[in-house]
Design a protein around this ligand. Structure first.
Ligand code: KG4
Ligand code: ZN
Length: 362
């Protein structure tokens, strides 16, 4: 039995978790900073790193306590060390190094984006022998990360072996949700608010673009859709840049119109993702790697419509769908500790000079 303590501080959640044997979550503690960033409609890096500093020790303590364990019984310390906000990453990386050094436990550096793809393999340790546990991920798999920073497709041949095959050329889908939330004045954090508003609207009310980027492209583009939402809400602008004057403001729309725009945006965004997933299945199949599972991860995997549409796609194509439980969709440390198990088995340990890196490795 291997127990790994994971730390995650790449953006605006301070998180720690204890995971057994790579999949069984014994504790998953997340301290969110949403309230601190709400008035700015987005994450302010300086505020985020300061809040991480305040929360990291109590969060780690809480994760160990909830798991009924102690640092002495932990086999390794894992930390998300890339990609993310550099000041935020540094807090988690420094804390993990200190714990590793003080307790004499190996240190493991984990890529946050890859970890999102491991989230679908996690189960609550209380359900370890449950018939509902779908088991480890099956490879080859088609991976999709949909988050605030990424919209990326991967060919996965093992947990450690990922090849990027498509990505966004402009905004990430979560970023588009967040910007549309600002346009619709739907509140913060944007994704869940727009998702909720969309459920009250008519997805066919507005005809918004689904950017396909050429017949065979596996890349994504969401900036045109975002602009189309802006024009649907405010009309076409007269003039350019800071001189631009819009025809109307959001307050001129009825609640029904606002919900219809949210629903039409959600339909277009999710449609684009589903079409690219289907293309990518075809692409992998033609390359002789027909996927046995569709593995989804990242904050937008919590989206109600995306979850339904991915399940339908899997049924239609007869491919198993692996989508995380809600607790593991958004940023968390269980996915970090879980993925670290493969590194632990391979004795792939980091030194105390493990860097925090703002950019991703894939
Ligand atoms: O994975 P995550 O927590 O952080 C990153 O690694 O970026 O993803 C956060 C993103 C945000 O853009 C948020 O608006 C979006 O996920 N999100 C959603 C939903 N819940 C979170 N987007 C659409 N529908 C949701 N229900
Ligand atoms: Zn994330």
């Amino acid at each position: 039995m291997t127990l790994i303590l994971g730390l995650e501080t790449s953006c605006d959640e301070t998180a720690a978790a204890v995971v057994c044997d790579g999949r069984f979550v014994m504790s998953n503690v997340v301290a969110s900073q949403h309230e601190l960033h709400e008035r700015y409609h987005g994450v302010v890096p300086e505020i985020a790193s300061r809040a991480h500093l305040q929360s990291i020790n109590p969060v780690v303590q809480e994760a160990l306590e909830q798991a009924g364990t102690s640092l002495e019984k932990i086999d390794a310390i894992a930390v998300g060390h890339r990609p993310g906000l550099i000041g935020s990453l540094l807090v988690g990386v420094s804390a993990a190094k200190t714990l590793s050094w003080a307790a004499g436990k190996p240190l493991i550096g984990i890529d946050h984006v890859r970890a999102h793809l491991h989230a679908a393999a996690l189960v609550d340790a209380a359900n370890r022998h449950d018939q509902d546990d779908p088991g480890p991920l099956e490879f080859p798999a088609l991976g999709l990360v949909v988050s605030g920073g990424h919209t990326s497709l991967y060919r996965m041949t093992s947990p450690a072996d990922l090849t990027p095959i498509g990505q966004t050329i402009d905004d990430a889908v979560g970023e588009a949700y967040d910007k549309v939330a600002v346009i619709l004045k739907a509140g913060y954090p944007g994704g869940p608010k727009v998702d909720k508003l969309a459920q009250q609207g008519d997805p066919t009310a507005y005809d918004l673009p689904r950017s396909m980027l050429g017949k065979d492209s596996l890349d994504f583009s969401f900036s045109g859709l975002k602009t189309a939402v802006l024009y649907a809400v405010r009309g076409h602008p007269k003039g350019r840049g800071s001189d631009a004057r819009f025809e109307r403001s959001i307050e001129d729309l009825t609640e029904k119109q606002q919900a219809d725009i949210a629903a039409s945006f959600q339909a277009a965004a999710v449609d684009a993702v589903i079409k690219k997933l289907e293309r990518a299945v075809k692409h992998m199949t033609e390359q002789g790697d027909a996927p046995r599972s569709l593995v989804i991860g990242g904050g937008v995997s919590a989206n109600s419509l995306l979850r339904t549409r991915v399940a339908e796609l899997g049924e239609r194509l007869h491919i198993a769908v692996r989508i995380p439980a809600f607790a593991y969709c958004l940023d968390n440390a269980a996915m970090i500790a879980g993925l670290a198990h493969t590194h632990y088995q391979a004795k792939d340990f980091a030194d105390l000079d493990l860097p925090a890196v703002a950019s991703g490795s894939v």
